[in-house]
Design a protein around this ligand. Sequence first.
Ligand SMILES: C[S@@+](CC[C@H](N)C(=O)[O-])C[C@H]1O[C@@H](n2cnc3c(N)ncnc32)[C@H](O)[C@@H]1O
Ligand code: SF4
Length: 378
Amino acid sequence: MKLPPLSLYIHVPWCVQKCPYCDFNSHGKKGDIPEAEYVQHLLDDLKQDLQYVQGRKLHSIFVGGGTPSLLSADAYKRLLDEIDFLIGFEQDIEITLEANPGTVEKDRFKHYVEAGINRISIGVQSMQSDKLKALGRIHDEQEAVNAALEAHLAGLNSFNLDLMHGLPDQSLDDALGDLSAAIALNPPHLSWYQLTIEPNTQFASKPPKLPEDDILWDIQEHGQALLAEQGYEQYEISGYAKKGFQCRHNLNYWRFGDYLGIGCGAHGKITLPQQNRIIRTAKIKHPRGYMDLTKPYLDSMWEVTEEERPFEFFMNRFRLQEPCPKQEFIDFTGLKVETINTMLQNGLDKQLIEDLGHSWLVTNKGHRYLNDLLESMV
Ligand SMILES: C[S@@+](CC[C@H](N)C(=O)[O-])C[C@H]1O[C@@H](n2cnc3c(N)ncnc32)[C@H](O)[C@@H]1O
Ligand code: SF4
C-alpha cells in the first residue's frame, strides 16, 4: 500500500439564502458571519488532523460551500498562510474557492488572488433570468457575466463556471443557449450538471415541472457535442475542460487520493499504509455544534474494509474518461488484482470495460450505463 497525494477540503456553511434544489450543508445566514471565529475553528480542527499528513505537502485545496465568497480575502490570507506553515504546499498547488455571482463586487477576486487563491469556481447555473428566478438564485445574468469578467482580470490560473441543465420547463434551445452564453465567457473549465431533485429540499416537497426524458436525452447529446466542438474535453461525468485545465482537486478524489476535510460536515479520507488501513472522517455538521468549544470537531470516523475497497475505488475511478492503471488499484487499495477478477468479469463480458493489459478502460457504453456497471460489481 502506498500514500496517494494529499488534498484539503474546507467547508464554509453559510449562504445568503437557501436555494430550493440544494441539499448541501448550507444555511441561510442570519446577521453577520462569525468570520474570524470560524477561521480559528478551521485551524484548530486542522491541527487535530495533522497526524494524517504523514510527511506529505498539499497537492490541492478546495474551499466549498455554502458560499465561501461571503468570507473576506483577509480571512483567507490568514487561513492559507497558517495552513502553509502547518503542512506546506506543493509548488504547483491548486487552490480553488467557490463563489456565488451575487456576492462578487469589483476586485473581490483580485484580493482573493493576493490571499493565495489561484482558481475560482463560479455558480452561474443558468444564463436566463426566468430560470435563475425558478432556481431561487440571488443573482441575475449580468452579474454572472460580470463575475466571469472579474475572473479573467484577477490573475487566476484558471476558473470554472457551474451550469445546470434539465431545469424547470427548459427546452433543448434554452439549454444550448445557456451553454453557448457560458462558452462565450471563455472559461477554462465548465461543470455541467443535470439538475436532480434531492430529498429534503423545497423542490422535493413541491416538485417543479422538469423536461421529459427525451428532451433530457437530446440536451445531453447536443450539449456534449457543442462542448466538444468548442474545445472542452469531457474528462468526468460533469467535468469539461480546455487542454491542461482539468481540476486537480477533483481528479485527486476520483483517482482515490487522500484528503483532509475541515469545517462543518466536511469529510476526509486517509490512507495509513503502515497499518494497511483506510479511514474516513466526518466533522460535526451544524455550525452551532461545530463551533461549540465543549465538543470535538470530529463527529465520526470509520474504516473502509478490504471488502469495501474495490467498489469504493472503482466508483470514483470509473467516473473518469482516462484509463485506470492496475498499479494504482494495487498501491491505493493494498489489494491484489486477482481478488477482483470475478467482480470485473460481468463488465468485461458486456463490453462496459476493456482490459488494456496494464490498465482498465471504461468504454463509451460503460460510461452511459455507469450505474449498471457499478451495480454489477457488488
Ligand atoms: C456546492 S454547490 C455550491 C456552489 C455555490 N454555493 C453556488 O451555488 O453558487 C456546487 C454546484 O453543485 C451544483 N448543484 C447543486 N445542487 C444541485 C442539484 N440538486 N442538482 C444538480 N446540481 C446541483 C450547482 O451547479 C452548484 O454550483
Ligand atoms: S448558494 Fe449554493 S450552496 Fe447555497 S443554497 Fe444555493 S446552491 Fe446551495
